[in-house]
Write a protein that binds this ligand. Structure first.
Ligand SMILES: CC(C)(COP(=O)(O)OP(=O)(O)OC[C@H]1O[C@@H](n2cnc3c(N)ncnc32)[C@H](O)[C@@H]1OP(=O)(O)O)[C@@H](O)C(=O)NCCC(=O)NCCS
Length: 181
């Protein structure tokens, strides 16, 4: 499954979902997909703000028949009291409600993780459902976070044991606090 960039969601019509980098012409569709997935404009505004500040490390879309139906963003994470490493935060992850439960979120996650590895990131963090993200290798993080989350703040070491002796609080880019997601 690692590295998988297409998901066949309808074998009869051979419709397949493709994962690729965001393009300029995708911007409005991404806004709509994120808004629909979260049933709120906040996360969509967050994506727009991070993009406008050029703070996105990675922005991938999932397309079906050329239409954007999913999206994932990775932005930098800094860890207080640690100057080591190159870390990323996966957020938000969005799939249109009509297409959820078909493996598209998973395909976006695997593609994002693979790309982050290529980009040389040492570890990834996210705030999310503890039943969903372990399938991608995420485990509960021992680091603090801005949200006071415990079992929902998770990490994935792309460089083995890179976080072992790291202590402190993982901080997202300021846009997260400004938008208030
Ligand atoms: C979370 C989300 C991206 C998953 O996308 P998806 O394409 O439906 O995911 P997949 O098809 O790859 O995986 C479906 C699995 O995820 C699980 N899942 C989805 N949402 C979940 C949730 N909120 N809590 C726990 N598990 C969840 C499903 O139960 C299913 O599990 P199974 O494979 O054991 O049956 C999508 O549901 C979504 O956009 N949700 C709204 C936005 C959101 O909450 N984003 C994540 C936080 S940033």
């Amino acid at each position: 499954m690692h590295g998988k960039r297409t998901v066949t969601i309808d074998a009869a019509t051979e419709m397949s979902v493709k994962i690729r980098k965001e393009r300029t012409e995708d911007v409005n569709a991404i806004y709509r997909v994120v808004e629909e997935a979260f049933d709120s404009k906040l996360e969509a505004e967050l994506v727009s703000l991070i993009r406008s500040r050029e703070q996105s490390l990675l922005s991938f879309v999932a397309t079906l028949g050329g239409q954007v139906i999913g999206h994932v963003l990775v932005s930098p994470i800094t860890i207080t009291s640690s100057s080591r490493g190159n870390f990323g935060g996966i957020a938000p992850l969005s799939v249109c409600p009509a297409h959820q439960g078909k493996g598209i979120g998973s395909a976006l996650m695997f593609a994002a993780i693979e790309e982050c590895r290529k980009l040389g990131l040492a570890a990834l963090f996210l705030l999310g459902h503890p039943e969903y993200y372990p399938r991608f290798g995420f485990t509960v993080s021992h680091l603090g976070n801005e949200y006071g989350a415990t079992d929902t703040f998770m990490q994935l070491e792309l460089v083995p044991a890179c976080l072992k002796s790291v202590r402190g609080k993982a901080m997202y880019v300021p846009a997260f606090g400004e938008i208030g997601t």
